[in-house]
Ligand binder design. Structure first.
Ligand code: FCB
Length: 428
């Protein structure tokens, strides 16, 4: 018997504006890219996947793969390139893209913040600036109103939203590890940014609902189970527990309860955030097997130790570990929310691991559904190779290979496999 998915299951891919559109010159990452040493091999996002001009050509590829969903984001710096100046042509282009999706029977899920900020926000302090909270709320409300007005057949163009992508992972990469803009600033700055982020999520959640009372609004959380390298070592167990709390649960618990239990026991009340998830987006890539390491205070005393014999994807990116997705889907049932897998994928230029990766992860999704986890959709990261942040073009996540110089796409074998799964709503 084939493994079937529930009726109405969403099958799609995930993307982000900065990684796909090209030419996002008003964003903080554009300036960050120009600094020497920030991006592997000195790569540049450049035209990226050229979506700002030609996204529709890739929407046609999605139709050929029987997709009924796309997760994409809008670039705040494009819509509001200077404080208070709204760019109408940019808004119109986004609405045109969203209409293009609707016309093709593809349901858009729109992320309002996927790692980047307008340059003017970054110059005022980015996530450390108090003003980011109202500014992000105003931006979110304004775009939600525009997408609500531009109805298609009576329904809003978009009524399915993610406020912020992977807030914790992003702030760790930026403020603690220094791999992302604006660069390392330490744990105290991280904690301040974290509180702003929770407040900004809450403000955006309420602003979108004010614009569209029937909207579904959630968060895309990077969830990565943490296990001790040596289960008999109390220090390894301690570091795994602490990492699990910081990376996986502290932010989501704050959105459930209005109380944020930050790193090292600091606590904040954020009552406006309580109950601000209509669904949960799960981004799952891998697990962490960790040891305590006194020499790594800058990495929260964590040393990653993948098990010997683990299968690792390109560039040492991550251990392939499908059971971790099952564990995550079991753990999130505590929130009692509908769940979407909003990202899952791997860098694999020659596509020798991806087909097995897709099937094995989807097998765990089907099992989780059987066990009562309300998973409603799956978005593979990603349709085409794209600009992978600090790793530039070195990591190839696409079902389609992309040559960024010529913009030529070439299907990898996984594309047909994923298309067939989407068409049949079942695993082969
Ligand atoms: C996720 C990010 C996404 C992409 C994938 C590979 O953490 O959300 O933008 O970079 O990793």
């Amino acid at each position: 018997m084939p493994t079937r998915f529930p009726d109405g299951f969403l099958w799609g891919t995930a993307a982000s504006a900065y990684q796909f559109e090209g030419g996002n010159t008003s964003s903080d990452w554009w300036a960050w890219e120009q600094q020497p040493g920030r991006i592997l091999n000195g790569d540049r996002s450049g035209l990226a996947c050229d979506w700002w001009r030609h996204a529709e050509a890739d929407f046609d590829l999605m139709v050929a793969l029987h997709q009924n969903a796309l997760r994409l984001s809008v670039e705040w710096g494009r819509l509001e390139p200077e404080e208070g100046r709204w760019d109408r042509p940019a808004e119109e282009r986004y609405l045109e893209m969203l209409r293009g999706l609707r016309d093709r029977g593809i349901e858009p899920l729109v992320t309002l913040n996927h790692f980047t900020l307008p340059r003017w926000v970054a110059e005022r302090g980015g996530w450390l600036w108090d003003g980011i909270v109202p500014a992000f709320g105003a931006f979110a409300g304004r775009f939600a109103r525009a997408a609500g007005r531009a109805a298609s057949g009576g329904a809003p163009l978009v009524d399915f939203w993610i406020t912020i992508n992977e807030p914790v992972g992003h702030l760790i990469s930026a403020y603690i590890l220094g791999r992302f803009a604006p660069g390392r600033a330490g744990l105290a700055a991280f904690t301040r940014a974290l509180v702003r982020s929770v407040q900004a999520h809450a403000v955006a959640y309420h602003a979108v609902h004010e614009a569209q009372p029937a909207a579904r609004v959630g968060l895309a959380a990077y969830l990565r189970p943490a296990v001790p390298a040596n289960p008999r070592s109390p220090l390894d167990r301690w570091v795994a527990r602490r990492l699990d709390h910081i990376v996986n649960w502290m932010y989501l618990d704050a959105l459930a309860t209005g109380r944020l239990a930050g790193p090292f026991g600091v606590r904040f009340r954020v009552p406006q955030a309580s109950g601000t998830m209509d669904f949960l987006g799960v981004n799952y890539y891998t697990r962490s097997r960790v040891a305590f390491d006194l020499r790594r205070p800058g990495h929260l005393f964590v040393r990653d130790e993948p098990p010997s014999g683990a299968v690792i994807s390109d560039g040492g990116y991550s251990e392939i570990y499908p059971d971790g997705l099952l564990a995550v889907l079991g753990a999130v049932r505590r929130y009692g929310l509908p769940v979407y897998i909003t990202e899952n994928g791997l860098p694999d230029a020659d596509d020798d691991l991806r087909p097995g990766f897709i099937v094995e992860h989807l097998r765990r999704v089907a099992q989780a559904v059987d066990e009562g986890c309300p998973v409603r959709g799956y978005y593979h990261w990603s349709l085409v190779d794209n600009f992978e942040w600090a790793d530039g073009w070195s990591l190839r996540f696409g079902l389609y290979a992309l040559d960024p110089a010529t913009q030529v796409r070439t299907a990898r074998p996984s594309a047909a496999l994923y298309g067939e799964i989407s068409r049949s709503n079942a695993l082969p």
